[in-house]
Design a protein around this ligand. Structure first.
Ligand code: G1P
Length: 294
């Protein structure tokens, strides 16, 4: 079913402290996975799902994000003169993928607050929220499936994935009621519960489809976990009034939120590349032999 949702919000105002010193003078969203900044994967995913308007919530020190999605005339001129037409085309396409807008969050008051900053831009329309720490593989089709659920049920949809029970403390956590294959209704949701008291091991992954009513909920939310305005707490308020759905999936998510997971994601994505994969695979096999791993 073709989606009617056209707007996406990508919060990118965080300081990236889990990635210091790499993020001291550059945004974490600009860290490359193989040869593309992490945020470009997210924007490409949005565009594939029919999103045409993207609002990136930024903060101080995030100028390079805007430069990345803008035209670069010197670079284009050089590539043209050098006859590097494939690269020239690729650079132009990055600047033409979507209408990308930027607004600053001002003060770092949490994910929920970052989304609330988008209120005026989004207006009275459904929209998606995409978090840059979660990179989704095209094959998994997570956002497409979520948009499909939204068209059928007209309620908020949250991406969910089972994690190791010890890991649930790092995520939003849902209490589900099964509806269908992959589809659940969310009965309750809590941000970063303690392992002992977590209601399930179904973790919120960073993709959401929201009706505009989420903004009223966000307006009412008080600071929660980490003394921040949490998006999860707004979802909890929303589900008291209207149905909220979860789309459960297993594969195709790369976590780039911390150093170890970032290394994993880099390896997986490099292995998939036609140009780099074969050589890189042979290199990894050599490393595994040397380290006595295989
Ligand atoms: C955020 C959300 C959390 C979600 C996670 C997914 O947490 O608050 O509910 O599970 O993203 O990556 P953060 O990782 O920003 O602390």
């Amino acid at each position: 079913m073709a989606s009617t949702v056209r707007k996406a919000v990508i919060p990118a105002a965080g300081l990236g402290t889990r990635f210091l010193p790499a993020t001291k003078a550059q945004p974490k969203e600009m860290l490359a996975l193989v040869d593309k900044p992490a945020i470009q994967y997210v924007v490409e995913e949005a565009v594939r799902s029919g999103i045409t308007d993207i609002l990136i919530i930024t903060g101080r020190g995030k100028r390079s994000l805007e430069d990345h999605f803008d035209r670069s005339f010197e670079l284009e001129y050089y590539l043209e003169q050098a006859g590097k037409f494939d690269q020239l085309k690729e650079m132009r396409e990055i600047a033409e993928m979507a209408n990308i807008h930027y607004v600053r969050q001002g003060e770092p008051r949490g994910l929920g607050h970052a989304v609330l900053v988008a209120r005026e831009h989004v207006g009275d329309q459904p929209f998606v929220v995409m978090l840059g720490d979660d990179i989704m593989h095209e094959r998994a089709g997570v956002l497409d499936s979520m948009l499909d659920v939204f068209e059928r049920h007209r309620g908020a949809v949250v991406a969910l994935k089972e994690v190791d029970p010890q890991e649930i403390q790092f995520y939003g956590c849902a209490t589900p009621e099964a509806i269908d294959d992959h589809l659940v209704r969310i009965l309750d949701i809590v941000e970063k519960p303690a392992v002992e008291s977590a209601p399930s091991n179904l973790a919120v992954m960073g993709r959401y489809v929201f009706p505009p009513s989420i903004f009223d909920a966000l307006d009412q939310v008080q600071p929660g976990s980490g003394d921040e305005i949490q998006l999860t707490d707004a979802i909890k308020l929303l589900l008291a009034d209207e149905a909220v759905y979860g789309w459960t999936f297993r594969h195709g998510r790369f976590d780039v939120g911390n150093k170890l997971d970032y290394l994993r994601a880099t390896v997986e994505l490099a292995l998939e590349r036609e140009d780099l994969g074969p050589g890189f695979r042979a290199f990894l096999a050599g490393v595994a032999r040397r380290e006595g791993l295989g």
